[in-house]
Ligand binder design. Structure first.
Ligand code: BES
Ligand code: MN
Ligand code: MN
Length: 462
């Protein structure tokens, strides 16, 4: 192990340069404009895996963007770790809100990152975190210190719902056979307080369309007499929460598996400052479901949020128009027990029931995802906790996360294996936002920690 860690130290600068190079390719999976770049990124990841020492490296075709595969089988009697990550990124829009171009990475010092952070779309989510695994693997291979078999599966459609990953896993069960899935695509509490994510929320995502009159009308000639779909949509959306911040869809909470008082108390013991939280977001106050703390609202409770809303005239100046249509994108974060398809159906039924006869409503479901919980009494969790303890010199706290990685439940269903979510980002890294960044410290800490995970995992599986 000494050799592995020295190798990492000696190659630090190159490891950083190589990441910056990958960050320069705009692999935005949501926008077809970037198709060539997304594919270029897949090829680049494959080349890096090969150079690091992976065998059978393939850029596997799917109906969408390719999945990069590579492996190093050391001994069939050793446990096999499947590393999952994604090379695609969220759109950088609105680009004008970035302080530096999103695909031209720069390193800047910040309060949370006194050693500097890499500013670029995908720096933290997930290119930076995915690439830590490639570099840790390189260090292990070059030092002939690989205590597990390793398989890599790096996809390019995570940010758009991973719709081709399920069929790929089903078709390639043998190839992907493993003992555990290792993922770095989540966050830690702070650089001084490591944590391991033990739960993720699920997702139900819909688009709604409200139609009033069959064409845009003069708002003076018709206004007041004909339903305005934007007014109606706003009212319908407002009715989706009650005054206590509860979601009003009948049956919405029925299947929620409640978290015990004891567990909730434990959660609150982890360090957190509401004052700092508000200050960082420049808000005077927070808001949410009554009876729950800020952290609970953002992790163990389901939510409903409008992600986008549009309609009517939004150009320069004023246009007196009574629009024909109004639209919104609505997402619901789900917790263990809730089924995304069931929730989508409940939403559609309730939403339509809110509409007056003066409008027509259409609800179109998008991708969804199941929630996931990962146990702490497994060799993989223990190995991750031991590895973090080794490098951070502090015990990691298990923590439920608010985001979604739908493939975690898929791996459990299709491959029959659990995942371990050993992420190294910070919640303040602005993933999906302008000025996304990833600490240089976090990048190196991840690379140093991963080899310990393999060591401890192999040891615990003996
Ligand atoms: N890496 C995130 C999920 C995440 C972020 C989990 C932070 C925990 C902490 C992932 O790339 C993501 O953004 N997932 C999407 C869901 C997907 C179906 C588009 C999400 O959570 O919105
Ligand atoms: Mn991610
Ligand atoms: Mn993401």
């Amino acid at each position: 192990m000494q050799g592995v860690q020295s190798y990492i130290k000696e190659n630090k600068d190159r490891f950083l340069d190589e990441l910056l190079e990958i960050l320069r390719i705009p692999s935005v999976s949501a926008d077809p404009k970037f198709k060539k770049d997304v594919i270029k990124t897949a090829k680049s990841v494959a080349a890096h895996l090969k150079k690091a020492g992976a065998q059978k490296v393939e850029v596997c075709k799917t109906d969408g963007y390719p999945i990069v595969y590579g492996e190093k089988m050391v001994d069939k009697n050793l446990p096999t770790v499947l590393v999952y990550g994604h090379y695609d990124v969220q759109p950088a829009d609105p680009v004008e809100l970035w302080d530096s171009p999103p695909f031209d990475p720069v390193i800047k010092k910040t309060k949370a990152h006194p050693k500097g952070a890499i500013y670029a779309r995908g720096a933290c989510d997930d290119k930076g975190q995915m690439f830590m695994h490639v570099k840790a693997f390189e260090a292990m291979v070059k030092n002939k210190h690989l205590p597990c078999n390793v398989k890599f599966m790096i996809e390019g459609e995570e940010e758009v719902g991973s719709s081709n990953l399920g069929p790929f896993c089903k078709k390639n069960k043998k190839k992907l056979a493993c003992d555990v899935v290792l993922i770095s695509d989540t966050s830690i509490i702070s650089n001084k307080q490591p944590s391991i994510t033990v739960g993720l929320r699920g997702l139900s995502y819909v688009e709604v369309e409200v139609t009033g009159p069959n064409k845009d009308l003069h708002s003076g000639v018709y206004g007041g007499a004909v339903a305005n779909p934007i007014n109606v949509l706003s009212k319908m959306i407002a009715a989706l929460h009650d005054k206590n911040g509860k979601i009003t869809i009948p049956g919405f909470y029925n299947d929620v598996i409640a978290v015990s008082k004891k567990e909730r108390k434990k959660m609150e013991e982890a360090p957190f400052s509401l004052t700092a939280y508000k200050k960082a977001l420049k808000v005077k106050d927070v808001q949410g479901e009554k009876g729950y703390t800020t952290r609970e609202r953002a992790s163990i409770r389901p939510t409903l949020d409008v992600n986008g809303i549009w309609g009517g005239y939004i150009g320069e100046g004023a246009k007196t128009v009574l629009p024909s249509k109004a639209f919104a994108k609505i997402s619901m974060r789900l917790v263990p027990g809730q089924d995304p398809d069931k929730i989508t159906k409940l939403f559609a039924k309730h939403f339509k029931s809110l509409a007056p006869d003066a409008v027509k409503v259409e609800v179109r479901p998008h991708h969804g995802g199941h929630p996931a919980v990962t146990p702490t009494d497994t060799p993989e969790y223990q190995a991750a906790a031991m590895a973090m303890k080794k490098t951070f010199k502090k015990d990691a706290i298990p923590q439920r996360g608010g985001g979604s990685i739908p493939i975690v439940s898929l791996f459990e269903k299709v491959l029959g294996v659990k995942s371990v979510l050993m992420g190294f980002g910070l919640n303040s890294d602005d993933i999906h936002s302008p000025n996304e960044h990833y600490g240089v410290f976090n990048y190196y800490r991840g690379i140093e920690t991963i080899p310990y995970f393999y060591d401890y995992y192999a040891e615990l599986k003996k």
